[in-house]
Design a protein around this ligand. Structure first.
Ligand code: SF4
Length: 216
């Protein structure tokens, strides 16, 4: 008997996803969305966390549009390294990749007063809201009804906080829905680690902001 998937696909994305696994584009081959193809705006925090999710979506007939928006990352050099890895990943699969601005100063204003919060605390909650609000807006601007985030693949992050932030962002924008999903299930965590090695991705040592950097 086939193993039951624990990834819950929203009904609107289901008609194609339920047809079963499809072959995904091989390296260098462009993944061209066919008419009526199901799409999801996927906020990518980094290439390693995106890899298994993107692979799963493509294999289930859902086209991810990768949205790279992470003004939380500090310093800029680290930001550029992570961003370039995300771009390299998308290009290798021929999927669309959208880059948004890097304004770390504005992000710092948004988390002002929360600098000494621990990870998984109120600063992270604000950080998720900040990035997912932009993702919801981008999804709407691009006419994509669903958005999701690869933040939800990290076992170091609080899934409930991420889901609450995504639902909140969808409510603020209207006309778009957040796909709340535990992307660590169905072997995706293990697959992430395999793809990390296969692509030889840069693997960051801290979450992203200056407050999460390892103390010297
Ligand atoms: S620790 Fe990570 S999630 Fe939390 S505020 Fe910093 S960058 Fe954002």
């Amino acid at each position: 008997m086939a193993k039951q998937s624990s990834i819950i696909v929203p009904d609107e994305l289901k008609s194609i996803a339920s047809e079963g696994e499809k072959s995904i584009a091989s390296e260098g081959e462009e993944h061209i969305a066919s008419e009526g193809e199901k799409r999801v705006m996927l906020h990518a925090c980094c290439a390693p966390c995106s890899s298994a999710i993107v692979e799963w979506l493509l294999a289930h007939g859902i086209t991810p549009i990768i949205y790279y928006y992470n003004p939380n990352i500090y310093p800029e050099e680290e930001y550029l390294t992570r961003k370039n890895e995300s771009k390299r990943h998308a290009e290798s699969l021929g999927i669309r990749w959208i880059d948004d601005d890097y304004n770390h100063e504005n992000w710092c204003c948004a988390v002002k007063g929360l600098e000494s919060e621990p990870e998984r605390g109120k600063r992270c909650e604000m950080c998720f809201r900040y990035r997912l609000l932009a993702t919801a807006k981008m999804a709407k601007a691009q006419g994509i009804a669903w958005f999701a985030t690869t933040l939800a693949s990290s076992r170091w992050k609080n899934l409930e906080q991420i889901n609450a932030a995504g639902i909140w962002a969808a409510e603020q924008v209207g006309g778009v829905s957040f796909w709340a999903q535990n992307w660590r299930k169905d072997g995706l965590q293990e697959r992430r680690n395999e793809l990390l090695k296969a692509y030889n991705f840069y693997n960051q040592l801290y979450c992203g902001c200056e407050f999460s950097m390892p103390k010297a």
